[in-house]
Write a protein that binds this ligand. Sequence first.
Ligand SMILES: *Cc1c(COP(=O)(O)O)cnc(C)c1O
Length: 361
Amino acid sequence: MSRVYNFSAGPAVLPEEVLREAAEEMLDYKGCGMSVMEMSHRSKVYDGIIKGAEADLRALLQIPDNYKVLFLQGGASLVFASVPMNLMKNRKAGYILTGQWAKKAFAEAKIYGEAVELASSADKTFSYIPDCSDLPITEDMDYVYICENNTIYGTKFHKLPDTKGKILVSDVSSCFLSEPMDISAYGMVYAGVQKNVGPAGTQIVIIREDLLTDDVLPGTPTMMKYKVHADNDSLYNTPPSYGIYICGKVFQWLRKNGGLTAMKERNEKKAQILYDYLDESKLFRGTVRKEDRSLMNVPFVTGSEELDAKFVKEASAAGFVNLKGHRTVGGMRASIYNAMPVEGVEKLVAFMKEFEKNEQV
Ligand SMILES: *Cc1c(COP(=O)(O)O)cnc(C)c1O
């Protein structure tokens, strides 16, 4: 068996320790004689798994008691619709457009009401985070929406927008659990877990209790009402039970490894290794304004499509895989999520230096 250094943006690398444990428990989970994917989601054993996962997540993020944690299905893209369905009481909300995922959420919200563009960085291919200190937020807006870490473009909000008292809804899919965050600053945060936390198919919603009401937009399917899921502790129907189990293992791995403060330090160290090299390299350069750089997704280019393609191909052959940039951006992108070891980034940079040297002769 040989494992590669996987720089995929998602589904992405998971901790090897977690995968090994899951493999050991595959046929017989702790003496049950069956796999977690074969057991009833209403069994006592599974109850322990889902409750344990929630407790570990609450401990990691220090989630206040007046927030509910929901384990749902449908991917982050379904949330683009369930946010307006559940929260757009006045049928008006403000969106900050910082990339593809924010744009998609914005387009989806327009199906349900008036979605207003508050700010955008489209003018420079989303390579920066716009100034959000004085946004044109109006009294009748139900919420302000952001995509906090832009997976495709490699930007991150390092400071949250001034929402002028409106609730903030944030898509944290690609930075979830990469560093501590203050949940009380948000009305709702959500993440598709396949970026930094677990296998595709599960999404996690953390929502303030007072926002859970029956007063949703007409026509909202039962399965998309957050209150229904909250009232049933994420067991209204069959949840993505195996995915939640793996997420729970990743939460435990995070706690064992020092929690989110330690994770942030490690992630900063990894990102710095890569950004420092991009800043000094004469061949490669980062595409994002320095102060808005993401710790998780690092896009870079050589300036020549041909050379980019050559690099991706040679890197892949050397065991550094999934470095090709998103199809809408081109170039390269290294996603260096929690489970990517420091050593993986060091080796990648050593490989890049060697490539640069060979190109110059
Ligand atoms: C990947 C991603 C999505 C879409 O996730 P799906 O689970 O495929 O719907 C949405 N937002 C962000 C920030 C992402 O990185």
